[in-house]
Design a protein around this ligand. Structure first.
Ligand code: AKB
Length: 323
């Protein structure tokens, strides 16, 4: 029987993952945690405040809950990490090593996301192979490569079943992303519905790899349920769904909102980060080893984003902006 503790559960992935895991394994089997007080984010069931940099607190909560799995999502994303590199290093590295250490002591399995950011400008860009040169130029990328290696180390040295995916940018409407370079692909929908226009912080032809959140959540669950014997890599699988530019996303939005306008005011930091990443990941190993298949292409995602956001936003705002 699975009992899953989630760190960073108030974030963009955690919010939707906690809900899907509760449906799948039962509400009492999931313990979402976050450094933020649950009063501000947890409405669906029991949840706790937990700082995964506090090793003793993490150990105590994992043991008390009787966790079999830790899904470790707490991290600082790429753009925010460039604002505070030391803090990002501490949170991304110390948080992960604490989780792996507690997993080694308790026998828990671990899921932790890596990212397309684990690659750098010297990596083949279209597509980036599963196994290739990894020389990222961002602090976030440095922590993602080191995190992949830490997971391999804890598996080889202590037998921790640590699995992970290299996600591209994730698009969703339930909880906002925070501090990522790919966040424009979420912000643009909010701006479209609220103002009918958007100023993009990347150039119009910046092609980036992206995935819709329902595919990402399914990928996590399928990887964690895959038989270990079928996995050659186990950790840091490339996964992908679609790759588009801001200009192409704007055109897909105009199918639903013909009057939508976009202009561009590139932010040098985030543009440099985007330019350093591959345009597309080669996910053939994930497809072969555990049957990964994405479902959402750009038009499906755009339609579903508008449906979901319109249901959340005030109906009169959505109706006006949608004309
Ligand atoms: C970011 O933009 O930092 C993240 C990522 C690609 O890992 N969305």
């Amino acid at each position: 029987m699975k009992r899953i503790l989630i760190t960073g559960a108030a974030g963009q992935i955690g919010t939707e993952l906690a809900s899907r895991l509760r449906d799948r394994y039962g509400p009492g089997m999931i313990l979402p945690t976050d450094i933020r007080d649950p009063v501000s984010w947890a409405s669906l069931g029991p949840a706790e405040r937990l700082d995964c940099l506090d090793l003793d607190a993490l150990r105590t909560v994992v043991r008390r809950f009787g966790a079999t799995d830790i899904f470790h999502l707490a991290a600082i994303l790429s753009a925010a990490a460039e604002e505070s590199p030391l803090r990002a290093y501490q949170i991304n590295m110390d948080g992960l090593v604490n989780v792996l250490q507690v997993a080694a002591e308790t026998g828990c399995r671990v899921f932790t996301p890596s990212s397309i950011a684990a690659f750098g400008p010297e990596t083949p860009s279209d597509p980036a192979p599963q196994s290739t040169l990894q020389r990222p130029t961002t602090m976030y990328g440095v922590t993602k490569v080191a995190g992949e290696l830490l997971c391999d180390y804890y598996h080889a040295r202590f037998g921790v079943d640590a699995r992970g995916l290299r996600f591209p940018g994730l698009v969703s409407y339930t909880a906002p992303p925070g501090g990522g370079t790919t966040d424009y692909a979420v912000d643009i929908f909010h701006a479209a519905l609220e103002r009918g226009r958007y100023t993009c912080f990347l150039k119009p032809d910046t092609r980036m790899d992206m995935m819709y959140m329902p595919d990402a959540i399914r990928a996590i669950i399928e990887l964690m349920e895959a038989p270990a014997a079928s996995l050659v890599h186990r950790n840091a699988f490339n996964v992908t769904a679609m790759h588009f530019t801001p200009a192409e996303l704007a055109n897909a939005i105009r199918v639903h909102m013909p009057g939508f306008e976009i202009d561009y005011d590139p932010d040098p930091v985030r543009q440099a980060i985007a330019d350093s990443w591959p345009e597309r990941l080669d996910d053939s190993e994930a497809r072969e080893q555990w049957g990964w298949r994405h479902e959402y292409e750009l038009p499906d995602m755009v339609a579903d984003m508008f449906r979901g956001l319109r249901a959340i936003l005030a109906p009169e705002t959505a109706a006006t902006a949608g004309r």
